[in-house]
Design a protein around this ligand. Structure first.
Ligand code: T3D
Length: 266
C-alpha cells in the first residue's frame, strides 16, 4: 500500500486500485489530487505487475468535482487550469495501455461525473449517482463530459442532464448505458476486485490494442477503422498471446494469458 495524502493505492493480483482520499469533501478534486492521480496512472502504465487499474473513492462519495474551496486565488485562468490538471488526467486514462475501471462507489458530480464516465469499464454501487452539476454554478461541462455523454445517451438527453443537473441513480445509469454493472453497496469492493481480476486474466496485449482501435474508431470513418484493424491485427497476431489462445483452443483447455503469475502481487 502506498499513500499520498490524497490518493491511497495498492496492488493485488495484478489490479492496481487508486482511491481518491478526501472523504470529508466527497473526494472533491484539488490540484494535489489531480496531479497525484495522473502520476499514479502513469506509474501503473509503466509497471508490468499491473494489468488493470481501478479508480474509486473513499467514504460515501466517488468525486464531487472541482473543490470549490480551492478555486479563488489559484493564479490561473479556467482554461489554464483545465489544461494543467483535468485534461492531462482524462487523456492519460483514455491513452493508458491497460483497462481502467471507474468503480463509482457514491456520488459523481461535475468533473467527478466526467471521471466516472472516462473509464473503459464503469462499475457502480447501488447507491451511486451521477450529476452533471456544472450548470448549478453556471459553468459548462468539462473534463470530457461533452464528449462522453452524448455518445452514450444522445445529444438531447445529454443536454437535458447538463441543463437541469438532475441526479441519475444507478438503475437509470445502467439502463442509459452510463455503467456496465451495478453491485450491492455492502459487497461493492469485493465485486469490483473480482471483476478486475477477471479482466486481468485476459490477454493484456490484445486488450491494449483493442482499446487503441476503439479510441481511434470513436472519431474516425469506417474506412479508417478497417485500415486500423488490419494494422493492429498484425501486432496482435504476432504476439505470443495469440499463439497461446489458439493452442489452448486446440488442446481444449483454458488459455493462460498471464505468463508469470508469481510476478503479480497477491
Ligand atoms: O478549472 C476549474 O476549476 C473548472 C473545473 C470545474 C470542474 C467541476 O467539477 S465544476 C463542479 C464542481 N462541483 C460541484 O459543484 C458539486 C458541489 N457539491 C454538491 O453539489 C453536493 O455536495 C453533491 C450533490 C455532490 C452531494 O450532496 P450531498 O448532500 O450528498 O453532500 P453535501 O453535504 O453537499 O457535501 C458533503 C461535504 O462535502 C460538505 O462539507 P461540510 O458541509 O460537511 O463541511 C460539502 O461542502 C463538501 N463538498 C461537496 N462537494 C464539494 C465539497 N467541498 C468542496 N468542493 C466541492 N465540489
Amino acid at each position: 500500500m502506498t499513500q499520498t495524502s490524497v490518493i491511497a493505492a495498492h496492488t493485488r493480483a495484478g489490479v492496481r486500485t487508486l482511491t481518491l482520499n478526501r472523504p470529508d469533501r466527497l473526494n472533491a478534486a484539488n490540484d494535489e489530487l489531480l496531479l497525484a492521480l495522473t502520476a499514479e496512472l502513469r506509474a501503473a502504465d509503466a509497471d508490468s505487475a499491473v494489468r488493470v487499474v481501478v479508480i474509486t473513492g473513499a467514504g460515501r462519495g466517488f468525486c464531487a468535482g472541482q473543490d470549490l474551496g480551492d478555486v479563488s486565488g489559484r493564479g490561473m485562468t479556467f482554461t489554464e487550469h483545465l489544461n494543467a490538471t483535468y485534461n492531462p488526467l482524462i487523456r492519460t486514462i483514455r491513452g493508458l495501455g491497460k483497462p481502467v475501471i471507474t468503480a463509482v462507489n457514491g456520488v459523481a458530480a461535475g468533473a467527478g461525473a466526467s471521471l466516472a464516465l472516462s473509464g473503459d469499464i464503469r462499475l457502480w454501487a447501488q447507491s451511486a449517482s451521477l450529476i452533471e452539476v456544472f450548470s448549478n454554478i453556471a459553468l459548462v461541462p468539462d473534463s470530457g463530459s461533452t464528449w462522453f455523454l452524448p455518445r452514450l445517451v444522445g445529444y438531447h438527453r445529454a443536454f437535458e442532464m447538463m441543463a437541469l443537473a438532475d441526479r441519475v441513480r444507478a438503475d437509470d445509469a445502467l439502463r442509459l448505458g452510463l455503467c456496465e454493472q451495478v453491485f450491492p453497496d455492502d459487497t461493492f469492493e469485493q465485486a469490483v476486485q473480482a471483476y478486475a481480476e477477471r479482466l486481468a486474466a485476459r490477454p493484456a496485449n490484445a486488450l491494449k490494442l483493442t482499446k487503441q482501435a476503439l479510441n481511434a474508431a470513436m472519431t474516425g470513418t469506417l474506412d479508417e477503422a478497417l485500415d486500423q484493424e488490419a494494422a493492429l491485427q498484425q501486432l496482435a497476431g504476432d504476439h505470443w498471446e495469440h499463439e497461446e489462445g489458439v493452442t489452448a483452443f486446440k488442446e481444449k483447455r483454458p488459455a493462460q494469458f498471464v505468463r508469470d503469475v508469481n510476478s503479480l502481487d497477491q
